[in-house]
Design a protein around this ligand. Structure first.
Ligand SMILES: Cc1cc2nc3c(=O)[nH]c(=O)nc-3n(C[C@H](O)[C@H](O)[C@H](O)COP(=O)(O)OP(=O)(O)OC[C@H]3O[C@@H](n4cnc5c(N)ncnc54)[C@H](O)[C@@H]3O)c2cc1C
Length: 192
């Protein structure tokens, strides 16, 4: 869940966990269990709107602290970005030590390494994904439509089936307009 949504809806992290535990699939798995401890952790998926602060005189920022996390809705990756940025930071420090110079100019090598590797390249590719994923329809309208369409396509109660496009139109009724669907599809193409 996005932090803005949590704040907007005044949701507590503990309530999210309780709701999750009430899900019928989860209930069976934790039956008889007891919560001893819980923790919540924010994942800084911000998208690469602007280059994060990576280096200043005497400082290098890596991993989550620099916002080096990739979230596309399909994948969430931060561990590999933290490791790759850690390696790049270590290589930069070795270079800076050789020069005896830890100014931002020397530490700029860190950004060069991140640009050459997958870290900044992949974040650049998916830079619009976090903003796109704020679209509430992705979590409400589209799953509802998909389930409704699946019911209409796979359920055989003896009534005549309609063509697939007509079925789609029926599932869209009261949920979303064709223009909205096109607009979302276009944004998905640009963002994911
Ligand atoms: C629920 C969840 C699921 C995830 N799933 C995936 C996944 O499937 N794949 C993936 O690649 N990534 C995943 N991630 C993201 C991944 O865990 C992080 O991106 C990654 O751990 C970041 O590494 P890091 O070293 O930058 O930060 P962290 O792992 O957060 O390490 C920072 C450390 O610094 C310590 N610290 C903080 N403040 C101080 C202080 N003042 N003094 C001393 N120590 C301090 C913290 O205790 C912590 O141990 C997930 C994250 C979460 C929360």
């Amino acid at each position: 869940m996005q932090l803005a949504t949590v704040i907007e809806n005044r949701v507590k992290a503990s309530d999210l966990l309780e709701d999750f535990k009430k899900h019928p699939v989860i209930q069976g798995l934790i039956k008889g269990g007891e919560s001893v401890e819980y923790s919540a952790h924010l994942i800084p998926v911000t998208g690469l709107k602007v280059l994060p602060l990576l280096a200043k005189d005497g400082i290098l920022i890596t991993g989550d602290a620099a916002g080096l996390v990739l979230g596309t809705g399909l994948i969430l990756e931060g561990a590999n970005f933290a490791m790759a940025s850690g390696i790049a930071a270590a290589e930069t420090v070795i270079k800076a030590r050789e020069k005896g110079n830890y100014t931002q100019a020397t530490l700029g090598h860190y950004e060069e390494l991140l640009r050459k590797g997958f870290v900044l390249k992949e974040l650049q590719t998916f830079k619009k994904a976090p903003a796109f994923l704020e679209n509430k329809r992705i979590y409400t309208t589209y799953p509802e439509m998909a389930c409704d369409m699946a019911m209409k396509i796979f359920e055989n109660d003896g009534t005549l089936r309609k063509g697939t496009f007509k079925t789609l139109r029926d599932s869209m009724k009261g949920r979303i307009s064709m223009w909205q669907l096109f607009a979302d599809a276009l944004r998905a193409k640009e963002s994911l």
